[in-house]
Design a protein around this ligand. Sequence first.
Ligand SMILES: Cc1cc2nc3c(=O)[nH]c(=O)nc-3n(C[C@H](O)[C@H](O)[C@H](O)COP(=O)(O)OP(=O)(O)OC[C@H]3O[C@@H](n4cnc5c(N)ncnc54)[C@H](O)[C@@H]3O)c2cc1C
Length: 446
Amino acid sequence: MVWFRRDLRVHDQGSLAAAGGAGEPIVPLFILDSALWPTVGRRRQDRLAASLRSLDSSIRQLGGPGLVVRTGEPHKVLLQICEEASADTVWHSAEFTPYGKARDERVGEELTAAGIAFEPADSPFLHPPGEVLTGSGTGYSVFTPYYKSWLGRQTPEPIEVRDLRFDHSLDCGSLPEANEQTRAGEDEALGMLQSFVHEGLTAYGSKRNRPDQDSTSHLGAALHFGELHPRTVVAAAREAEGEAFIRQLCWRDFYGDVLFRLPQARNQNVDQRFDAIPWETGPGADGAYERWTAGMTGYPFVDAGMRQLVQTGWMHNRVRMVVASFLTKDLLLHWRKGADFFSQQLLDADVANNSLGWQWTAGTGTDAAPYFRVFNPVLQGLKFDPNGDYVRQYVPELGHLEGTAVHEPWKHPDGYRDGYPERMVDHAQAREDALRIYESVKAATQ
Ligand SMILES: Cc1cc2nc3c(=O)[nH]c(=O)nc-3n(C[C@H](O)[C@H](O)[C@H](O)COP(=O)(O)OP(=O)(O)OC[C@H]3O[C@@H](n4cnc5c(N)ncnc54)[C@H](O)[C@@H]3O)c2cc1C
């Protein structure tokens, strides 16, 4: 049995390679986990469904019966289907998130008790959590030394998958419905990787902070669902000398490692001194949160980002930092509220990258932006959207303002002509208030 989870591909696929090497006929299984499926939201359900359809057709092309799909609690489904197929081994890619780890422990116990081996054969990372260690054998808390150590390790090469034979005896069941327009799956991801490597990689280092230019890979969702393994991505990027890009991929391994060691980081401050921050919870807090989610804060760069997120399921990294800073520092709303909204909306939503990306911006994480860094939403817009094109694309009420005028409608007599809202807070004042609160919390706990 090969149990697919976040490894929805047939190339560079450790579990398939291991099962192929074992020489027995393979059952390719996906379980729609009844605890997870309803919680992921329609957008990601659709993305996952399209990816499963693509995997199903890849398996058929390899001579298999298609993807076998079942719904239910994984340990129960596995026990039953292993019995039906007389399987003695379940190959899988190891999981390191709090939910994935707990699920696999339970599954492992139940399968072992039934005499079935539960064998990890891969992981979703280049270097799996727990492997990149300091000289004294502990994990890293700070990115730069982790990165140096990560670079110093031998880079694993893509895994060759061959000699697959499939079991055709089981009914495949039904794939979940997907919107025909949704583009997903391994072939799509490999195509995106190739065009990024040929067209985008050279300029990535200089342009990756520019949301007005489509300069990043957009591979986050493909990496999250495992339509591509980072081995494949790094091998392609290395050929094109993509150091700046490979460094960003290392953040993904780093955050995976941090969450593995500190599972509470999913929803609690890593730096507990900041537990004392008096986040806004009063009557105004809900309204402020609604304005942020709707892209109606009155700060054009923030609003463009929030509208991009809601309309497309993706937001540029620079803008993710700016909107996160705005929620936590300007509005003093808990980063968890922002992380929850991101995870409902983002197609690349990933518990490690999301929680720790939020904690980095809020200043509460292991390797966090210093708490006194508060992004100025106007200066960030002027610097990283220097012609105003990004804002005009997502905020049509400002479409009549030319060039950088779009970042400061308050300076123009017709700035609010088309109904764009006035600023909900004064950033300079909000920044001072936030700094005072963060400083007093730090001082009280030192
Ligand atoms: C508040 C906040 C929340 C975030 N939430 C997520 C999330 O839920 N899922 C997610 O994958 N990334 C998240 N990120 C990190 C980053 O913004 C996205 O990975 C990136 O914007 C995705 O676009 P891309 O694929 O074009 O990235 P590229 O720039 O092309 O990078 C390639 C890949 O490297 C990895 N990567 C790049 N930057 C980072 C980073 N800072 N941290 C971790 N991995 C990185 C991602 O897998 C990404 O797809 C978050 C960042 C912040 C500040």
